[in-house]
Write a protein that binds this ligand. Structure first.
Ligand SMILES: NCc1[nH]cc(CCC(=O)O)c1CC(=O)O
Length: 309
């Protein structure tokens, strides 16, 4: 039986996600042997620059995709939210396992909720999406960029002058940290998560039929459907750059309910629509059309220009 080589970034989060997927495959009855091969990406090498400035989503996946092309690895597990809307020729997202918690969370030094943080409090994030939405409700807050993996960010909260930081609940849980660290769960009504947040994407070669069959065993229909709506929307709005875009969908009976958001980084303009319907692609498309009609394109262009400076 074929041994399956799995490529992974070497961060704790990436390795945990990769091992989780391998374990799910085994639980689903896959009997092949697996080997994890660690790959260093450009995103891992750049530490001190705002991510949006150095090229956003593509940074963490390029080297891994090359390894797939070169057949050094057979599949790779990514955070769905780090995946560009369009994949390079010959590669596909073969399977989407069940989503972890989709929400962002506020972790604050003295366990103070967002609405009760003192005026001018410093909140750490390197996400324009999070910054825009925090500033929209609390324009007095000072956003300060913070980089590093989840563990590093929590250390910086304790050691530096941040009053609070924002992290994805899923990331925190996956690296094995306690949810007791969370001060406040930010529901999508307060902070629309990143498209695909909490979900994983298993990427492999399009022509690897044998592997598709194995990976299909851990595909989750609910997650696939909702992520489809989110990513259709994302694709129609941008093209890979990191801008303040949020999207989150859930199912209500047999309908997809998608909340889609675009904002300016200062939070002064927030465009938001909730769209529901049976066909996830249609729902994503309608959400994009509604926001584009309200000026989303202008916001996207403006942010891209700022980032290129
Ligand atoms: N931006 C980095 C990143 N990429 C994926 C996750 C974990 C969340 C997920 O699985 O969607 C995180 C950390 C975070 O946003 O706090």
């Amino acid at each position: 039986m074929r041994k399956i080589i799995v490529g992974s970034r070497q961060s704790n989060l990436a390795l945990t996600q990769t091992n989780w997927v391998i374990n799910e495959l085994k639980k689903a009855g896959v009997q092949n042997d697996f080997e994890v091969k660690k790959i260093v990406t450009k995103g891992d090498r750049i530490l001190d620059v705002t991510l949006s400035k150095v090229g956003g989503k593509g940074l963490f996946v390029k080297e891994i995709e090359q390894a797939l092309y070169d057949k050094e690895i057979d599949f790779a597990v990514h955070s769905m939210k780090d995946m560009p809307a369009i994949l390079p020729e010959g590669l596909v997202i073969s399977s989407i396992p069940v989503r972890e918690d989709h929400r962002d969370a506020l972790l604050s030094k003295d366990n103070i909720q967002l609405k009760d943080l003192p005026e001018g409090a410093i909140v750490g994030t390197s996400s324009l999406r999070r910054a825009a939405q925090i500033l929209a409700t609390r324009p007095d807050i000072e956003i300060k960029w913070i980089r590093g993996n989840i563990e590093t960010r929590i250390r910086k909260l304790n050691e530096e002058d941040y009053d609070a930081i924002i992290l994805a609940v899923s990331g925190l849980k996956r690296v094995g940290l306690s949810e007791d660290l969370i001060t406040e769960y930010l529901e999508p009504e307060v902070c629309v998560p990143a498209v695909g947040q909490g979900a994983l994407a298993i990427e492999c070669r399009e022509d690897d039929e044998e592997l598709h069959q194995l990976l299909a065993k851990i595909n989750d229909d609910y997650t696939t459907k909702t992520v489809k709506a989110e990513r259709t929307y994302l694709h129609l709005l941008e093209g890979g750059c990191q801008i303040p875009i949020g999207g989150f969908a859930y199912l209500e009976e047999d309908e997809v309910v998608l909340t889609a958001l675009v904002g300016t980084p200062d939070g002064k303009t927030i465009l938001k629509e909730v769209v529901r319907g049976k066909d996830p692609e249609k729902v994503g498309k309608i959400a994009a059309e509604k926001l584009l009609k309200q000026g989303a394109k202008e916001i996207v262009e403006q942010v891209k220009e700022e980032l290129d400076k």
